[in-house]
Design a binder for this molecule. Structure first.
Ligand code: SF4
Length: 80
């Protein structure tokens, strides 16, 4: 499972931080940071979800009010 985080869209509401500890507050930028991610495009950060954290990742994506977080399964299908 993989998560794509559009940091440009993020408005720093931090609901995701409460759902999954891979998301951390960056109060200087007013954005979230996605721990362990790699930047694969301009402000697009991608990470493989560790085993056991899939549910948290999905909850984080659902909690985001501006849909800055997308979740894909191993077949590349978007699940959130
Ligand atoms: S919930 Fe969405 S807008 Fe809020 S910090 Fe997380 S990614 Fe950014």
């Amino acid at each position: 499972m993989r998560v794509e985080f559009d940091r440009d869209t993020c408005v720093g509401m931090y609901q995701c931080v409460a759902e999954w500890d891979a998301f951390e507050k960056d109060l200087n930028d007013g954005k979230a940071d996605l721990r362990g991610s790699e930047e694969e495009g301009e402000d697009l950060f991608v990470v493989e979800v560790p085993d056991g954290e899939e549910l948290d990742a999905k909850f984080a994506a659902r909690s985001c009010p501006v849909d800055a977080i997308e979740v894909y399964d191993d077949d590349g299908e978007q699940v959130v």
